[in-house]
Design a protein around this ligand. Structure first.
Ligand SMILES: [Cu+2]
Length: 150
């Protein structure tokens, strides 16, 4: 009888990983004080895709305090911000077809929500990735690191 219980327990143990499967999505909040609520996002390499939902929890409109979530290699951040500023509000402050942009949400104002889903296979474990808001003047404060983890 004890032996049989052990087998059952062992079986449960072996099937547990499925229960704790990686969370392949995250919600990031942005506010009227030009802040994200997180400065690091870990993405499991076991995720096929990853979804970032951006929630603007402030009240200010998109023209005054618009926020988005843009992912690039860290080395590309500044150039993408500069090109985005030139592109202007009509383009959500992202240069159209900017190949350095790995993923980007729409630009939203207070009370709005948006999301983006990207292929995790496009990223390398150990790669150096940064996310930020490309609204002019926001990228220095609204930024964080995205890491691929096992
Ligand atoms: Cu912003």
């Amino acid at each position: 009888m004890v032996y049989r219980r052990l087998i059952i327990a062992l079986g449960l143990l072996l099937t547990t990983p499925a229960v704790f499967a990686a969370d392949c999505e995250i919600t990031v909040e942005a506010n009227d004080a030009m802040q994200y609520d997180t400065d690091r996002i870990e993405v499991s390499a076991s995720c096929e895709t990853f979804t970032v939902t951006l929630e603007h929890v402030g009240n200010l409109g998109v023209r005054a305090m618009g926020h988005n979530w843009v992912l690039t290699e860290t080395a590309d951040k500044q150039a993408v911000v500069t090109a985005g500023t030139e592109a202007g509000l009509e383009q959500d402050y992202i240069k159209p077809d900017d190949e350095r942009v790995i993923a980007a949400t729409d630009l939203i104002g207070g009370g709005e929500q948006t999301s983006v889903t990207f292929d995790v296979s496009a990223l390398e474990a150990g790669g150096d990735y940064t996310y930020f808001c490309s609204f002019p003047g926001h990228a220095a404060a609204m930024t964080g690191t995205l890491a691929i983890v096992e």
